[in-house]
Design a protein around this ligand. Sequence first.
Ligand SMILES: CCCCCCCC/C=C\C/C=C/C(=O)SCCNC(=O)CCNC(=O)[C@H](O)C(C)(C)COP(=O)(O)OP(=O)(O)OC[C@H]1O[C@@H](n2cnc3c(N)ncnc32)[C@H](O)[C@@H]1OP(=O)(O)O
Length: 719
Amino acid sequence: MAQYSRVSGTVGLITLQNPPVNALCAAVRQGIVEMLKKALSDSKVKSVVICGQNGIFCGGADIKEFGMNMSGPPLVQVIHAIEDANKPMVAAIEGVALGGGLELALGCHYRIAHSKARLGLPEVILGLLPAAGGTQRLPRLIGVPAALDLITTGRHVIAAEALQLGIVDQVTDHKTVDAAVKLAQSVAGKPLDARRISTYPCARPSDLDALFEGEMQKVRQRARGAIAPVACVQAVQAAATLPYTQGIEREKELMVTLFTSGQARALQYLFFSQRAVSKWSTPSGARWDTSKPGPIHKVAVIGLGTMGRGITVALAQTGLSVVAVETQEKQLMGAKKAVSNMLEQGAKRRGVAPTLDKISYSPNIQAIADADLVIEAVFEDMALKKQVFQQLAAVCKPGTFLCTNTSSLDVDQLASQTRSPELVVGMHFFAPAHVMKLLEVVYGPRTSPQAVATAMELGKKMGKVSVAVGNCQGFVGNRMLKLYLEQAFFLLEEGATPELVDRALEEFGFAMGVFRMSDLSGLDVGWKVRKGLMLGETDVSSGQSARIRQGCRYSPLGDLLCEQGRFGQKTGQGWYQYDKPGGRVASSDPWLHSFLESYRAKHGLVARHIDHQEVLERCLYAMINEGFRILEEGIAAGPEDIDVIYVFGYSWPRHRGGPMFYADMVGLAKVLERLEHYQQAHPDVPYLQPCSLLRRLVASGSPPIQRWREVIKKPHSQL
Ligand SMILES: CCCCCCCC/C=C\C/C=C/C(=O)SCCNC(=O)CCNC(=O)[C@H](O)C(C)(C)COP(=O)(O)OP(=O)(O)OC[C@H]1O[C@@H](n2cnc3c(N)ncnc32)[C@H](O)[C@@H]1OP(=O)(O)O
């Protein structure tokens, strides 16, 4: 797990060996200790280089070990042994030096990095802090403000910035290990006292208290209930105010709190889930490792409204050739300008050249004839989309993959408009499509494994977290969201206010409560969908029938607001009021409160007291229950898929892992019991009936989420 050799006669070379990222598992840590002893006891060796095999220095502590009983020498001690060495130790950083990997490098006396290397302390993203001395050494090396930035955000820096910050001593464009050996030779025999970072005093800015107070405030606001960023600030504060040995004790104490918190578990689960979703499978047995994507060189986008423009930008950024088609001349002109602006802004941010020349624009659908893949992004209307698919079938060359950007329409119906339904796949992008990370790849019953693989691969190229899901009303994300929204409406009918519901959800960790979010995205969006489903008409007589649709409880509240022209922020009024149309700051609206009162009076509803717990249970357990149905039907392959969709597409608080992970944390028996309770209280809401998969999981002893797949019955749909 760590190899030793002597190079150039006098330099000991320790190579970390643990593919793919040389994570510091127990065997690697043990290996370093043993190889270090060898190097230090070899009288011919005057200095030592540490590197990682296969061009990667080190991806940090082995995250898989965090869920197990730890063995082997603790990393903090390994690093002390390196720092205490009486021969110069040089870290040769290629690829990445992250987390424990960078901490290991900070224990060395010198650091040299390849110009393409990335360095960082991303532990905070895993709900932890850099507990192998990172919180104590980094501020001593680069100062408190810069260290706070890196440690509380977890952001990576490239070598040039690391050099500027003083994290590395040299950057090379050549072979890093060769350059490190040269450096090691040049410093052999030089005194080391001034190279041991733990002995440096931590520079204290004069306004230290104010600095930490401000930082704490900023971090708490951003963290939305996550505890790791706060602990990171506390650990750096210890570096600035305590001697090193006491600082290390404080770092450990804070780490123990984080390590044993549910939040760290949630965030580490998400780390692995994000990677697991790329290893997709379908109920009929199609899989990521047996399905080869088709070759894609040229992609077309049809329809250049908001979604089409974002998709065009995201595609052009991959370097693929893009044909962007918009039949309305005025819209086409506007789109050209908007897409160019977005590309230029994005390129400026990333310090690269804009890829404007990758796009050709046309008002004519014939322009897509030689595209390998087409993404239809016209208005969300089945009749219109069907028409476009008929045109695509006529114009495209044989074998072209036909994708539809839809948030809820039946992908299979669209496939029926073509001669090759196996080439049709849904690509549900989230607005703004060039920014949002999530992509739902929706396969229908006739979609070929190759079409799924191609859409997943394209999503990856576009930098998306892509999740393959089965075709159903709303797919995974919007199907669950519908019930979340509906419960929020019911709570208003029963006596809650938008403010109360939003506060409960925001305290839980959502960036915005459901009503503030609806105002932002536009109430008319859901209204159109409901009307399409024959739900959103309110000209039914008052009394109970106005609140019943298709035999189930229904709340027309959202429809009634839309009928008043209250579409949210865009009209300056929705569930809240805004200072002007397009205004962003929501304030309580007395009109809305009296509207709710008269609505309740009209329908004979008596307002009752509703607390935060009920808001959370009703809104979240309803969607979780639907998540179990989705798993049972095989629409999502596993709970990880649902959780990744919710975290990356719906702002679910990351430190709570996702709705299914949250259910596991709460306890499945408790979720079941509360659903039974609410179902009894609301028998006219059939979806509150607990899903049979949930019952089966509880009956089989509530296994941890990693073992749910064993209980999920093999579903029957075919791919
Ligand atoms: C009671 C208290 C006791 C406390 C004791 C705790 C002691 C801890 C001491 C010190 C604290 C240090 C903590 C850490 O170091 S935490 C880890 C910090 N590092 C990271 O967060 C980096 C995570 N990895 C990445 O960001 C990326 O993987 C990458 C940039 C390194 C490479 O990206 P890419 O090329 O895109 O590959 P993948 O992401 O797909 O990864 C490939 C493969 O490797 C697995 N993997 C990656 N990093 C790790 C890791 N650190 N540990 C374990 N496994 C890792 C990843 O899961 C993939 O696996 P696959 O899907 O099975 O292929």
